[in-house]
Design a protein around this ligand. Structure first.
Ligand code: PBG
Length: 340
C-alpha cells in the first residue's frame, strides 16, 4: 500500500462552514423568495371549469372564475405576478389571428376581471399570435414564411389592447425583429407609459415547449406552406454570442427586463446576460422542464420538492432575478413550511 508521509494536513478546510445548519445558513449565497416568482396560468371559456393538462401534472386550463380563486390563493402565499395564456376556441382561430385584436377576447376579459377582483395582482400578458393562429405560429405566415414587419404591427396593437384591459406588463414572446421598439412606441402613443415590457429576448427553438403547446393546442399545423418548426424566428440552441446581440437590441429598444427561455439547459446564457446588462433578468422554467421533474417524481425516481427547489435555485444562482415557473405555488408552500 502506498502512503504519503509528507502530505501536509490541510489548513484551509471549506467543510468548516458546512458543519451545521446554522453555519450553512450564514454563508448561503442565494435565497429564492416567492416574491421573485411569476406563475403562468392557462385560461379557457366557461364557468367553474378546470381542465387538467395531461403533460403538466398539477396544471389545468381554468375558467376565469377559477383562475381568480387560484390567483387569490397565490397572493396569500406571496406570489403576486401571473403570466396569462388563453386557450382560444378552435372555431375562433384564423390564419390572420384576428381574434388577437378583438378587445372582447378571452384574454382581455380575463385581464379586466382579474384587475377588478384582485387589484394587487401583477398581470403579465403574452404578446404573440400563436394562441389565435389557425396555423400555430407566433407570426403571420405567407408562402411558407413568417412575415416579420406585418406581424410586428399586429403585436403593437395587441399590446395596447392588453394595456387598456389592465395589464401591468406585456411580454412579447414572438421573437420578431424590432417588436420591442414598436410595442414601446405604441404603448406610449396610447398613454400607457407605465406599462412595462419583459422581452422574451433569448428564446430558443426548444423541444421543451411541447406540453405548453398541448395546453393551448397551438403547435404548428401539419399543412403545406406552413413551417413545421419555429427555427426561423426562435434561436438556435447552439448559439450563445447571438444571445448577447439580442440582449443589446432589446435593451436599446426599451425593454424593461430581459428574459431567457428555457432556463435549466441555458444557465450559461442567463449568466452571460447577467454580465451584459444592468437590467433585471427573467428566466422561464418552461413546461417541459416542469414535466420532466413531475414525471420522474410520480415514478418515485426523484424527490419532487428537493429537485424542483434545486432547479429553481440553480436558475436564480445563475443570475435570474425573476423566475417564471409552473411550480410557483408549490414552491411558495414549501418555503412557508421550511424557510428554504
Ligand atoms: C408562444 C409561447 C410558447 C411558450 C410561451 N409562449 C411556446 C412556443 O413558443 O411555441 C412556451 C412556454 C412553456 O413551454 O412553458 N409564444
Amino acid at each position: 500500500m502506498t502512503s504519503f508521509p509528507d502530505l501536509p494536513q490541510p489548513w484551509r478546510r471549506p467543510r468548516r462552514l458546512r458543519r451545521t445548519a446554522v453555519i450553512r445558513g450564514l454563508v448561503r449565497e442565494t435565497r429564492l423568495t416567492p416574491d421573485r416568482l411569476v406563475l403562468p396560468l392557462f385560461v379557457m371559456e366557461g364557468e367553474k371549469v378546470s381542465q387538467p393538462i395531461g403533460a403538466m401534472p398539477g396544471q389545468a386550463r381554468l375558467s376565469i372564475d377559477r383562475l381568480i380563486t387560484l390567483c387569490s390563493q397565490a397572493l396569500d402565499l406571496g406570489v403576486g405576478a401571473f403570466a396569462l395564456f388563453p386557450a382560444i376556441d378552435p372555431s375562433r382561430k384564423t390564419p390572420d389571428a384576428g381574434e388577437a385584436l378583438n378587445p372582447d377576447n378571452l384574454l382581455c376579459r380575463t385581464v379586466s376581471t382579474l384587475k377588478t377582483e384582485l387589484p394587487n395582482a401583477c398581470i403579465v400578458t403574452d404578446i404573440a399570435l400563436d394562441p389565435y393562429s389557425s396555423v400555430g405560429h407566433d407570426g403571420l405566415v405567407a408562402q411558407g414564411a413568417i412575415l416579420n414587419d406585418e406581424t410586428v404591427e399586429l403585436l403593437a396593437k395587441m399590446a395596447v389592447l392588453h394595456a387598456e384591459a389592465g395589464a401591468d406588463i406585456v411580454a412579447p414572446s414572438d421573437m420578431m425583429d424590432g417588436r420591442v421598439a414598436a410595442i414601446r412606441a405604441a404603448l406610449d402613443a396610447a398613454g400607457a407609459t407605465d406599462v412595462a415590457i419583459i422581452s422574451y429576448t433569448v428564446k430558443y427553438a426548444s423541444a421543451f415547449y411541447g406540453p405548453f403547446r398541448e395546453a393551448l393546442d397551438s403547435a404548428p399545423v401539419d399543412a403545406e406552406d406552413v413551417p413545421q418548426d419555429k427555427k426561423t424566428y426562435q434561436m438556435d440552441p447552439a448559439n450563445a454570442r447571438e444571445a448577447s446581440i439580442e440582449a443589446m437590441l432589446d435593451e436599446d429598444e426599451g425593454a424593461d427586463m430581459l428574459m431567457v427561455k428555457p432556463a435549466l439547459p441555458y444557465l450559461d446564457i442567463i449568466a452571460r446576460l447577467r454580465m451584459a446588462t444592468e437590467l433585471p433578468i427573467a428566466a422561464y422554467q418552461v413546461s417541459g422542464e416542469y414535466a420532466m421533474i413531475k414525471a420522474a417524481a410520480a415514478n418515485g425516481w426523484l424527490d419532487e420538492q428537493a429537485s424542483m427547489t434545486e432547479a429553481l435555485l440553480g436558475i436564480a444562482r445563475a443570475g435570474a432575478d425573476v423566475i417564471f415557473t409552473y411550480a410557483a405555488l408549490d414552491y411558495a408552500r414549501w418555503w412557508r413550511e421550511s424557510r428554504l
